[in-house]
Design a protein around this ligand. Sequence first.
Ligand SMILES: [Ca+2]
Ligand SMILES: [Ca+2]
Length: 570
Amino acid sequence: MKAPIRAAALVGLGILALSACRHGTPGAAAPSSDAGPVAAAGPVAAANPAVFWNSATVYFLLTDRFANGDTTNDRALGRAHDGAVLRSFEGGDLKGVLRKLEEGYFDSLGVDAIWLTPFVEQIHGSVDEGTGRTYGFHGYWTRDWTAVDPALGTMDDLRAVVTAAHRRGIRVLMDAVINHTGPVTPQDPQWPDEWVRTSPRCTYRDYATTVECTLVANLPDVRTDRDEPVELPPALVAKWEREGRLGRERAELDAFFARTGYPRAPRYYVIKWLTDWVRELGFDGYRMDTAKHFGEAVSAELKREAEQAFADWKRANPAQVLDGLPFYMMGEVYGYEPSQGRAYSFGDRSVDFFAHGYNGLINFGFKSERGSLDDVYSRYAATLHDGALGGVSILNYVSSHDDGGPYDRDRSQPLDAGTRLLLAPGGAQIYYGDELARPLRVAGAEGDANLRSFMNWGDLEHGGPTTEILRHWRKLGQFRRAHPAVGAGAHRRLQAAPYIFSRTLEADGRTDRVLVAMDQGEGPKTIPVFGVFPDGLELVDAYSGARGTVRNGAIALTTAFRLVLLSERR
Ligand SMILES: [Ca+2]
Ligand SMILES: [Ca+2]
């Protein structure tokens, strides 16, 4: 069933087009840190969530590896820089993210939302899981769900990032972990047995061996399935007492349990702590870590509380509200791909995660799609429009933080990777550095550390190939942001070779329509438009900035590029 688009969606559409225009002429040379526009702020009517998120570009970054805006916090909590290669904290922080926001870096890529790795306080020590001594630089090893890790910055730094993003019309997704605490180390005691299980280890044979178990040997699994009341862990009580906030934290918990009526079971504490960030700072959504390793009933409960928290934040901060788009929850269901439809199979049972709080799931299949581009695009558009995934969203990627089999591991085709990803139906995840061909193989690094090198800003300093790669990703990202039809429109193949297709998003008498032509000759070219645009209409090519008028069912352009991104000139 085709997702209906309310009139309000077009208000958002107009805003997007306006903000894209202000990015400047596509193809113009731009320095790496050129200031982007500030998007129109203020309340905008609600857009259709599936349309928004299927056309969204989400920038996923490891805060510790992106930009170092404050060197005084690099060794916070006394953590040494003695991990294996790329397994210590490397200095990136929230101030660094803020700096890039203010430079307009994300605007220049057409980013709609930033997904930050978890920022909560991590274990203080380190562990070796077989790939060398490792610290919690990635954020998935929680020690205290209620504090910002001092290596990344402060609560004020976090607030500044979210506020600056919103001011530019960019949403922020919080990476939320509920399945496990951090590993146990000499400095990081195990949470009490009534809170966590430390065995058995998951064997992934069926539902129970995926959910009621620990992901790896030393990663205590929160007992999210139990309703028995538990007390606060003594270590947390002592920590909060030292920090002078024990009384306040206890009072807030009392109020939460009184309001909700939930038992004081482990998952409800964590739900309270995770939703507090939304209520306080206005995160626009969650990316749920390890979504298939805790019961789907938990995600539904978390979603309800998060929606309430988001509504509370909006009421308290009306001037910062972007629009009426509801709280978004995207799941990491490892191995999910859209051909599975709505039902993810654990072997012995299937779960429809979309029916349990999730609006979108990460697509783990896109990076290994090997059919023709049109085969991929046609299938995705069909399932998102008329198929099983109508009304929900997917997020495609070419590389990610723990996927050892990315598309183009050697970064030999960074332009092709950008084209494939940013023109695909469904949401697009740019993993930090995709747009700079940041290496995915690092000498001396083991396992996923290869995927997590520090952002290679230095490669932009002298121009050259990296600048050209970034320019390509920017043009495509801006085209995508200006035209929701690219990610959320109906797909039509117009010509097999050279490949030409159109995307069309219709609502209430207005239409967003694009035509993409690949593998064209450089220089003069005549592109048939197959009736997508009528004769006499003036079109603009977002890739080159060239303009032309449709005559006799075709448009003649002269550009230096093989890719053409056509839309009506407005
Ligand atoms: Ca730092
Ligand atoms: Ca679990």
